[in-house]
Each structure stands twice: as C-alpha cells, then as structure tokens.
Design a protein around this ligand. Structure first.
Ligand SMILES: Nc1ncnc2c1ncn2[C@@H]1O[C@H](COP(=O)(O)OP(=O)(O)O)[C@@H](O)[C@H]1O
Ligand SMILES: [Mg+2]
Length: 254
C-alpha cells in the first residue's frame, strides 16, 4: 500500500510557541488514520497545516506525491481533499439540500465561501441536485433534504456535513473530531458510516479525535503526538497498551 498523504518533518511556530516540531507521519491509501494526543499536542495545527490554513516554518506535506505547500486552501477540493469542521460549518438558514449543493458547486467556478451568491443558478441544475440527493440518501438524511439546518438534531447535521464533504468524491477526507457531541448510539453509527465511506467510496480518512474507544475501533493506524512531536504510532492493537501514551494523557491531568 502506498502513502496518499506524507507529512515530513513538519514544523509550525506561532510567535515563540513551537506548535509542531518536526512531526512526520503518512496516511496510506484506503486506510483510516487517527491523529491523537493530549490537549496542546499539536493535532489541530497539523490538520490546519494540511488544509493550508496555517503556513509551516519547515517540512513538507505531499498528497499523491505532489507538494501541497504549493497550493492554496481553495485548491484542495479540486485536488481531491475535503474536510469537515469540529463546529459544524453549515449555513443554518439554508436547506439541507442547498448546503450539499453548495459543496458540489465548489467543483465549479464559484469559490466555496461565495457560493450562496450563486444559489439560484445552481438550484436549477438538475444534475447537481440529483448528486446532492444521492449523497444525502447515502448518509440516511434524504428525508430532511428540504428542511432548514436550523433546528435539526446535531447528529443529523453531522451526517449532512459528511454528505457535503463526500459529494465531491474526495480521495482524502479530513475529519475534525467527528464523534464530539454525539450520543453513544450516534458514535457507533458514525463508525459504521465511516467504514462504509472508506470501503465503498474508496476514501482515505484522516481524523483528529478525542474519543479513544471510537479511535481504536475504527482506525487502521494511529499517530499520537505530544508537545508537538511524534510520541508513538502504530496499529491500534500495538499502541493501545503503550505506556508512553498512558503517561502522556495521565501526566497531563495529574
Ligand atoms: N493560533 C495560535 N497562536 C498561538 N499559539 C497557538 C495557536 N494555535 C495553537 N497554538 C499553540 O500550539 C500548541 C498546539 O496547539 P493545537 O494544535 O491546538 O493542539 P491540539 O489540537 O493537539 O490540542 C499549543 O501550545 C497551542 O497553545
Ligand atoms: Mg485541537
């Protein structure tokens, strides 16, 4: 199996704070990889560097063999990278269907952030609409397609956000704490949905996640960071019982 995403020697500084200090890991094609570690470990920073939202001081990020550092955040969907956000980034005043169509529209000529200006135009597009419906159906939320996002349960909105990310048929999907705020049952369902996304849609997943049981159950590979450095990595069975991981978490709360 080959690496779809290769992060090497990544260093990010915010003023005097070194958030990432030479972090390296790779995400293999067709796998679910989780980035874990205590608060402040640098997980979000790594995610944001990959998403091109923060500029690394050093190191390299390659996607399908090509440097991402030469690209802007707005190029990512065209390259085949999609992401979701920890605090849902849906337009609450738009319908579920429109939210997904905005995602699809990012494939075209109007930038993601400006897409609502184009609403009437893409609403007419029957092909886009059919694709959006199919994605909602895939995630089991087609029945709320015409409802406004405002007022829908959080678990439903998480699925809508996934539909919007996956409708672009990305090769790599970045998920920022997908299990946070979900009920026990919803977390289990999410695990099933993400496995299906990986296996049926052939999407490679990189997630930042705090829910340890969820991570260990879902992931093919786990990368743990601490203080902006690589701590341990391996298959869940290999690192679950690693004393360095326990120390990193317990040491912090002591
Ligand atoms: N925008 C920022 N400005 C200054 N310091 C930051 C910024 N973002 C993160 N940091 C610092 O970088 C370190 C890593 O943070 P972060 O990536 O958010 O960790 P995690 O997501 O693992 O909790 C922390 O010390 C944090 O305070
Ligand atoms: Mg974080």
């Amino acid at each position: 199996m080959t690496a779809l995403l290769e992060v090497s020697d990544l260093t990010v500084r915010f003023g005097g704070v070194t958030a990432l200090d030479g972090v390296s890991f790779e995400v293999r094609s067709g796998q679910v990889c989780a980035l874990i570690g205590p608060n402040g470990a640098g997980k979000t920073t790594a995610f944001n560097a990959i998403s091109r939202l923060v500029r690394p001081r050093g190191g390299e990020i390659r996607f399908a063999g090509e440097s991402l550092l030469a690209h802007r955040a707005s190029d990512l969907s065209k390259l085949g990278i999609a992401r979701t956000f920890q605090n849902l980034a849906l337009w609450p005043g738009l319908s579920v269907l429109d939210n997904v169509m905005v995602g699809l529209h990012a494939e075209g000529h109007v930038g993601f952030g400006r897409a609502p200006l184009g609403l009437p135009a893409y609403r007419e597009d029957k092909k886009l609409k059919a694709k959006a419906y199919a994605a909602l159906d895939y995630f089991g939320v087609a029945d709320v397609a015409h409802q406004l996002c405002t007022g829908l349960p959080f678990g439903t909105l998480k699925r809508v956000e996934l539909a919007r990310a996956v409708v672009l048929r990305p090769r790599l999907l970045l998920l920022d704490e997908p299990a946070s705020g979900l009920t026990h049952g919803e977390v289990r369902e999410l695990g099933d949905v993400l496995r299906t996304v990986r296996d049926e849609l052939d999407v490679t997943l990189l997630l930042v996640e705090h829910h340890m049981a969820f991570v260990m159950d879902l992931s093919d590979y786990v990368v743990a960071l601490d203080f902006g450095r690589n701590l341990v990595s391996g298959r869940p069975a290999e690192i679950r019982t690693d004393s360095r991981l326990a120390e990193a978490y317990l040491g912090r709360s002591a």
